[in-house]
Design a protein around this ligand. Structure first.
Ligand SMILES: Cc1cc2nc3c(=O)[nH]c(=O)nc-3n(C[C@H](O)[C@H](O)[C@H](O)COP(=O)(O)OP(=O)(O)OC[C@H]3O[C@@H](n4cnc5c(N)ncnc54)[C@H](O)[C@@H]3O)c2cc1C
Length: 473
């Protein structure tokens, strides 16, 4: 049925919020009725990069968004299938004359956008792709010769020198399509939509309200001691905002705005903590910029020196890594945290990633994919950046000869083994100092916990030899 009523569609993608929502605001400022839409992909359990924890979080975000839209006098429409076809059908059905959405940062999303834009041109619909995934998007932070940066420090200096964006004003009431009742919507999805079983992971509460509470906690309590605590996985020293930025429950601009406000108010002693936090936000945008300008990083090493490196075939040790049974407590604690919570502390992400690539000699793409399947904050750009950094192959990567020793990392960042014991209860009775060294003479740390699957110093030497031998001329 055709419902001829000029209206504007706002297509929610990874901007599942109503505050600082420039695209939805623009749709509402047209003065037309607004149709807020989310499109579910139809794949069923087939996508190697998508797993239950992130989809579960998405389901919670959509449910919360639907309620928030009702408060604004509207509702959320859900359709499923190929985005171009869904939009074409809905435009025809509803009489939409405008389409608004936020531009996506990854090559897959961009490909869809291009087709959506051509379809709108064909139908004579005004198509508006809004920037907003980053405080300073990939084309705003360039070298003096208008080239993309390949190294973080000069990128971040430029990024920090830019005028921070000001969050946009609140959205007024969103007038509903007069024939809303006749426009079909799928029900809110649950995991069964994608053929996924619940992971059992204890993930953070989803939705914009929960994200704003996390932001408040981070700004009021965490970022003023951020530099001192951010590397200690046993502490709650980081913001825990990554999934909120990933799904756009918070805009990058609003997080930066709050952090800058905290910086302006900070006492002398805590200023540096807030500054370090802001620089982490710049890391996120650095990797978004790398992916924008060098999308080939998804298929190959960023640094051409290391393309074609030989990797071992994954076998038993890879399975042990996935399960948190390598016999290296700090590695296993991280891998178990990931499965149990859909999150892993940043320091431990680096340790587990270096362990997979430098101790087990496995391709970083295997780890990239495993993380994407399990992380609630799984973000293509940051995940690829983090993996390539750890493997020594990426933009601004750790040089190949700087190989973290998991035992020394334990002594430095989890000296009292609180983090290890939180995730590996078998080790509860083992003195912390013992867990920062390989176990003595072939005796496991505790019954039921395995011996280390490799010897770190032997594998370190092997990695150095491989990298030296295979360096491209
Ligand atoms: C191997 C590996 C894989 C990673 N995969 C992801 C991923 O899929 N998604 C993701 O958001 N982050 C990823 N990171 C970066 C980082 O680990 C997480 O952003 C961080 O742990 C999230 O916790 P937080 O929100 O408490 O961070 P905080 O320390 O409070 O930092 C604030 C915000 O800054 C950003 N940020 C912080 N550190 C980094 C970093 N190194 N790179 C990019 N952005 C950063 C995040 O958006 C984060 O929410 C990865 C890092 C590594 C080493």
């Amino acid at each position: 049925m055709q419902l001829i009523q000029p209206c504007a569609i706002h297509w929610f993608r990874r901007d599942l919020r109503l505050l600082d929502q420039s695209s939805l605001l623009a749709a509402s400022l047209t003065g037309l009725p607004v149709l807020p839409l989310y499109i579910l992909s139809r794949w069923s359990g087939q996508h190697a990069w998508t797993g239950a924890p992130r989809q579960e979080f998405l389901c919670g975000c959509l449910a919360s968004l639907a309620k928030n839209l009702e408060v604004h006098g509207n509702r959320l429409w859900i359709r499923a299938g190929d985005a171009v076809e869904v939009l074409r059908e809905l435009i025809r059905e509803s009489g939409a004359v405008e389409l608004h959405f936020h531009l996506d940062p990854d090559p897959f999303g961009k490909k869809i956008e291009k087709s959506v834009m051509s379809m709108c041109a064909e139908l004579g619909v005004a198509c508006h792709g809004h920037a907003g995934i980053a405080a300073h998007g990939p084309t705003a932070v360039l070298t003096q010769s208008a080239q993309p940066y390949r190294v973080y420090t000069p990128y971040s200096k430029n990024w920090l020198s830019l005028e921070p964006p000001v969050p946009v004003k609140k959205i007024p009431l969103l007038p509903m399509h007069p024939q809303a009742g006749s426009i079909f919507s799928e029900r809110l999805p649950d995991l069964s939509w994608w053929g996924l079983a619940p992971s059992g992971a204890a993930i953070l509460p989803a939705g914009e309200k929960a994200a704003r509470e996390r932001l408040k906690l981070a700004i009021e309590q965490r970022i003023t001691s951020y530099a001192a605590k951010r590397d200690l996985p046993a502490e709650s020293g980081t913001s825990r905002l990554s999934q909120d930025l990933r799904w756009g429950l918070l805009s990058a601009a609003s997080v930066l705005h709050e952090a800058n406000t905290a910086l302006a108010a900070a006492q002398f002693g805590s200023r540096q903590n807030v500054e370090v936090f802001i620089k982490e936000l710049a890391w996120r945008e650095f990797y978004l910029s790398i992916l924008h300008h060098f999308p080939n990083v998804l298929d190959e090493e960023f640094n051409p020196d290391w393309r074609g490196l030989p990797w071992d075939e994954p076998g038993e040790n890879y399975r042990r890594w996935q399960e948190g049974m390598t016999g290296f407590p700090i590695v296993d604690a991280g891998m178990r945290e990931l499965k149990a919570s859909g999150h892993m502390h940043n320091r431990v992400r680096m340790i587990t990633a270096m362990f997979l690539t430098k101790d087990l000699h496995h391709d970083w793409k295997l780890g990239e994919s495993w993380f994407m399947r399990h992380l609630v904050d799984g973000e293509i750009a940051s995940n690829n950046g983090g993996w390539q950094w750890s493997a020594g192959t990426g933009a601004d990567a750790a040089p190949y000869f700087r190989i973290q020793n998991p035992w020394l990392q334990t002594a430095r960042y989890d000296p009292d083994a609180r983090y290890i014991k939180r995730w590996i209860p078998e080790l509860n009775d083992v003195p912390a100092a013992k867990l920062a060294k390989p176990p003595e003479a072939g005796r496991p740390f505790a019954a039921g916990y395995p011996l280390p699957c490799v010897d770190h110093s032997t594998e370190r030497d092997r990695t150095l030899a491989i990298f030296k031998k295979y360096r491209n001329p």
